[in-house]
Design a binder for this molecule. Structure first.
Ligand code: FUL
Length: 433
């Protein structure tokens, strides 16, 4: 079987492209983004931790999944791991008897959303980091988290960062690793497959989903779900390659856009959520291009999503819903023209206002459209309104509002037979500026 088409696991992931990241941990209390690893666990003390509020918010805004940082680079564990003292068990929260991961997975289950976990390979607390003993420690932690005690997980997030310096059990030094071999990612991936066969695995190079190559929520109009993972070293990769994928790539490894609702990944008292306009733009360059949108909402020191973040998420949900209320192509007369590639024409009532086109390819056999153009028929002539790149799972193309009596999509280059499975047309009030 060819690997240039999505697996069942990936098809499930494609069906639910909007989900949330939850960066929470010792950094929430120290006001840092990358904790050094020497933080005192007693600093971890959320006053009103309520994972149910996270999950309820996520469900209400249409997110299908949440992914929690069980351990970030500082090494502090949000569950009482047997294998380290650097965890919630030495915090005042619930007198050291609490388990955030447990509360998190229970809350997701109660709200009917999927749970995923981030377990940072880089660990600035662990004395053996850089040696093989640390890798065994990482595997023991995977056994704890993924082995079944916390139920079924749907996404495992493998981070590639490594900044070198750290506390490392008091050594307080720089530790460079061989990024190509040290973690032995193939072994880690094999273990996750065994323990959590339904989970999609994220890393720079997949195996199921890849990084888009930036953390600002942007993407390129030409982006292939296919790539060649052997060209990527996790944590040291060509971000331009990740952004476009590769037309003739050997594997289907579609991108996830990970971005925070605020400037930082962790909560900081002086930061505020992005504007609604920016969030709308992010939605269009992620979900609107067929990618996953993993939107981070950092709980505050109470252990709650901040009110202003929740309001912004609701505003985003409403803005997007308003866009796609009426499909103007529904019930319209549509015909295809023969030619080297497909041209599809949609006939509209005179003076129909349009500004947004939604296309999808049937990806069961992979994606084939490499470029297309969009024209409208108005005042007796065809007028070009947009040029597009790949279509794939989904591409939603906003353009300047115009009257149209007809609209046509001309595929201008394709790498295989084109099967457009959806063409919808909107007059959307909330498009990127
Ligand atoms: C990066 C990390 O270094 C950031 O802190 C954050 O967790 C982001 C999602 O991934 O690699």
């Amino acid at each position: 079987m060819t690997t240039r088409v999505p697996s069942e696991r990936q098809m499930h992931w494609h069906a639910y492209p909007f989900y949330g990241f939850v960066h929470f941990g010792i950094n929430t209390f120290t006001d840092r983004e990358w904790g050094f690893g020497d933080e005192d666990p007693s600093l971890f003390n959320p006053t009103h931790l309520d994972c149910r509020q996270w999950a309820r918010t996520a469900r209400a805004v249409g997110m299908k999944r949440l992914i929690l940082t069980a351990k970030h680079h500082d090494g502090f564990c949000l569950w009482p791991s047997r294998w380290t003292e650097h965890s919630v068990k030495h915090s005042p929260w619930k007198d050291g008897n609490g388990d955030v991961v447990r509360e998190f997975v229970d809350a997701c289950a109660a709200e009917g959303i999927e749970a995923g976990l981030y377990l940072s390979p880089w660990d600035r607390n662990h004395a053996a980091y850089g040696q093989s003993a640390y890798i065994e420690y990482y595997h023991r932690q995977m056994d704890e988290l993924f082995g079944g005690d916390y139920g079924k997980l749907h996404e495992i997030w493998l981070d590639g960062a490594n900044g070198g310096d750290g506390w490392y059990g008091g050594a307080n030094e720089r530790r460079e690793i061989d990024r190509r071999h040290y973690y032995d990612f193939p072994r880690i991936i094999e273990k996750i497959r065994t323990l959590q066969p339904d989970a999609v695995i994220f890393s720079d190079a997949g195996p199921d989903i890849r990084w888009i190559g930036n953390e600002s929520g942007t993407s390129e109009p030409v982006c292939w779900g296919t790539m060649d993972p052997s060209k990527i070293v996790i944590g040291d990769c060509d971000t331009e390659y990740l952004a476009t994928g590769e037309e003739q790539g050997t594997h289907w490894i579609p991108p996830e856009v990970d971005v925070s609702i605020r400037p930082g990944w962790f909560w900081h008292p002086y930061e505020a959520p992005h504007s609604l306009q920016r969030l709308i733009s992010i939605w269009f360059t992620s979900v609107g291009r067929g990618h996953g949108l993993n939107l981070n909402i950092p709980p505050d020191r109470r252990g709650l999503f901040a009110e202003e973040d929740v309001l912004q998420l609701q505003a985003l949900r409403d803005a997007i819903a308003a866009n796609f209320r009426v499909d103007l192509a529904q019930g319209a007369k549509i015909h295809d023209l023969d030619g080297e590639h497909l041209t599809r024409v949609v006939h509209l009532p005179p003076r129909t206002r349009v500004n947004c086109l939604h296309l999808e390819e049937d990806i069961a056999d992979g994606q084939h459209v490499a470029s297309f153009e969009v024209d409208v028929y108005v005042d007796g002539a065809w007028k070009s309104v947009a040029k597009g790149g790949t279509v794939g799972v989904r591409t939603i193309v906003p353009f300047d509002t115009t009257f149209a009596e007809a609209l046509r999509v001309r595929v201008t280059r394709a790498i295989g037979p084109v099967a457009l499975s959806r063409l919808s047309l909107y007059h959307a009030p909330n498009v990127p500026l």
